[in-house]
Write a protein that binds this ligand. Sequence first.
Ligand SMILES: [Zn+2]
Length: 80
Amino acid sequence: MEALDGNAIAGELYTAFGKEMTTASGRCTHCGARSEVAELVVYSRAPGAVARCPSCGSVVMVLVAVRDESRVHLPGLELD
Ligand SMILES: [Zn+2]
């Protein structure tokens, strides 16, 4: 499966958060690495996507599309 970056989910994140999120930064709760959302390693997985920490590979963000609505879960990311 081809890895993308956080820019691939910019549209979904904008919809979910109501603002541009690719330049937002956060901290991985697994390894403590700081990264911008655009730097996350994203794997599309219908009907959504998962984003992994570029440092340790842990899943830090899960996008799920429910009908036309994007839901975002942050199992391992503390946004600034
Ligand atoms: Zn990490």
